[in-house]
Design a protein around this ligand. Structure first.
Ligand code: ADP
Ligand code: ADP
Length: 235
């Protein structure tokens, strides 16, 4: 199964002299249940690629599908619904609500969907907090947490509704190496246990080493596309 597909996708910012081709004719299939890392220098187009996949930005040329749905021509309302129901996001700025407890921040996606989490869903949220090592922090507020703890709260929120596809921008950017391994291990376990699909942008080779596939972007194009069989191969 294909979780997300880009066909002939280009993204051009600006016009005339000040034009930037952030993505140049990208063809890419992300398999369901995979953990894919996107790497590349600053300005190479990684964020733009994630944004067009998530329907946060529309491609200048080409088409994007999420699951079986071609999202290229969907209007903003349809895209918002799709994001709420099917996608999870971990941003570099954690976007936690300062007045809400950790638990309320993590269950916010349910509120935004206009409902309360069921008992099963709450049990899942508690399991997630436990697996992320922040179970004891559920009634704290964000300002009472370290950067790494806040990052793990943001990750728990992205996973709370078990979205089929999760996008994470530098999810280990604020974590020490032990916490990084735990977070990456969890993301990988979720792809195995629930066929969840995770796409992360990272500069961290340790994070990339947990991936099934590493895609290197340079100047808006795919420069290398390496599967874990190759990544794990020892001479
Ligand atoms: P990365 O995430 O790899 O650092 P980006 O996708 O952010 O790269 O940027 C790719 C290119 O597109 C860069 O040249 C950047 O300056 C340009 N760019 C990104 N967003 C915009 C924007 N909103 N307007 C104009 N140019 C942009
Ligand atoms: P709403 O109008 O209800 O806020 P949005 O479309 O803004 O709905 O948000 C849907 C999801 O997309 C949310 O998870 C939100 O955090 C994320 N999102 C919206 N806009 C952006 C953006 N410009 N950059 C990154 N994420 C965004």
């Amino acid at each position: 199964d294909i979780a997300a597909r880009a066909v002939g996708v280009s993204k051009i910012y600006g016009t005339g002299e000040s034009q930037t081709r952030a993505l140049d004719n990208i063809d890419l299939d992300i398999e369901a249940g995979s953990l894919t890392a996107i790497m590349g220098p600053s300005g190479s187009g990684k964020s733009t690629l994630m944004h067009v996949f998530a329907g946060l930005d529309s491609p200048t040329h080409g088409r994007i599908s999420i699951g079986d749905t071609d999202i290229t021509d969907l209007d903003d309302n349809a895209l918002t619904l799709l994001r709420r129901r099917s996608l999870g996001f971990v941003f570099q700025a954690f976007n936690l609500v300062p007045t809400l407890s950790v638990m309320s921040n993590v269950t916010l996606p349910f509120e935004l969907d206009g409902r309360r989490p069921s008992a099963l869903e709450l049990a899942w949220v508690r399991e997630l907090l436990g697996r992320l090592g922040i179970g004891m922090l559920e009634s704290r507020r964000p300002h009472e947490l370290s950067g790494g703890q806040q990052q793990r709260v943001a990750i728990a929120r992205a996973l709370a509704m078990r979205p089929q596809l999760v996008f994470a921008d530098e999810p280990t950017g604020n974590l020490d190496s032990k916490s990084s391994r735990e977070v990456l291990g969890l993301l990988r376990d979720l792809t195995r246990e629930y066929q969840q699909t995770v796409v992360l942008v990272t500069h961290d080779p340790v994070a990339a080493s947990h991936a099934d596939r590493v895609i290197f972007i340079a100047d808006g194009s795919i420069a290398h596309d390496v599967r874990s069989v190759d990544l794990g191969a020892e001479p």
